[in-house]
Write a protein that binds this ligand. Sequence first.
Ligand code: SF4
Length: 416
Amino acid sequence: MAPTVPLTVLDLREQRYSCHGCGDCCRDFSVQLRDEDLDRLRSQRWEERLGEKVTVEFRGRRYLRQRPDGACVFLQPGGLCRIHAEFGFDEKPVACRLFPFNLAPDARGVRAGLNFACSSVRANRGAALGGHRGDLERALREVPEAVAVAPPRLQRELRAEATEVEAVVEGIDSWLRRPSVALATRLDGFAWLAQSLGAASLSKVRGGRLRELVDLLSSALPGELDHHPVAPPSRGQVRLMRQAAFARIEDPRLVGDEDRPSLWARLDQWRRSRRFARGRGAVPPLARGWSVPGSFEAIEATAKAPPDEAIDDLVRRWLRATLRGGRAWGSGYYGWSIADGVQALALDAACLGWLARAHAAGAGTTVVNLASVAEAVGRIDRARGRAAWLGGAAERLRLRYFAVDDGLRRLVRSQW
Ligand code: SF4
């Protein structure tokens, strides 16, 4: 079936990508399967041939099974995919063929965004993104639900027009790429924009008036930040931000049917979340492959990222790609409205600063560097739109809490 709506490949000229065969995505990514993927796997007769299950059920969805170290069951020594080796690229699950792109339908058609969990994307290595159009269009033909255009909501139940989506994207994007403004200030301004959009009554500013509002807000920056400096975050805000950071690095292994996680697993998760909230003493294990810092105090003692062109470039590309690639709201982000999705992305930016400090502390450095920021971007983007709990009630409650008293701005400022 040919695509019935236009496919827009992420229009970010400064971003490049080609696969460099590192195999990291096969070692560290849960691959959700579609019915067509399951049919294909059955016809390839893996379970009979391997004598083991190759898929698992998790929270009502079917995934490729992982080995205890997180690697896909089909990953072979040397980093090759066994399905690819025996049956060819087109016989792999659609998600494997798409990665690191993802397809998000919205009022403007289908957007192909990019996931920064991929190290080549983070390092900005490879071909111009338009060169992937052919592969993406082939994959799109296999994702029939991606061609059913579903406009995102602007706020609450209010559906956005395509021009309104564009107005929000362009307004925020123009601020994020504003030259000669320091990254910390741009992130603060982004949090301010997110808070302002969340607080505005958008039903009263539709169409061209929304564009005027977003333009007005972004043109008020950075002066508005100087006129309204924020205090350091409260203990309650920091506590909730650490829990938000924990939620972004939670990493269930899909080694068996886990539709009903054991009581022990739930208790363990609750305990770790509580320890992040408390923020004192020993740190529970962080993301896979990260050294655990000696204590939460060691994380707090680690200096924030200094001004650095490479860090600025990475964080700017990540935020811009998320907004422009349809991964900040709607079908690309748990069906959330634009107003809520932008606030969640601002919280991501605060968590990014904290997680980069946690990574740096574990690596034994006293100041955040590019490597730590890149690791933290990768972990956060790995979960974006894929970790069901980030689209749930706890995350919404956190954002409601941060929506008062300049919570997002205070947290972003404290981490950058
Ligand atoms: S099926 Fe192949 S490409 Fe997909 S995750 Fe497994 S090893 Fe990687």
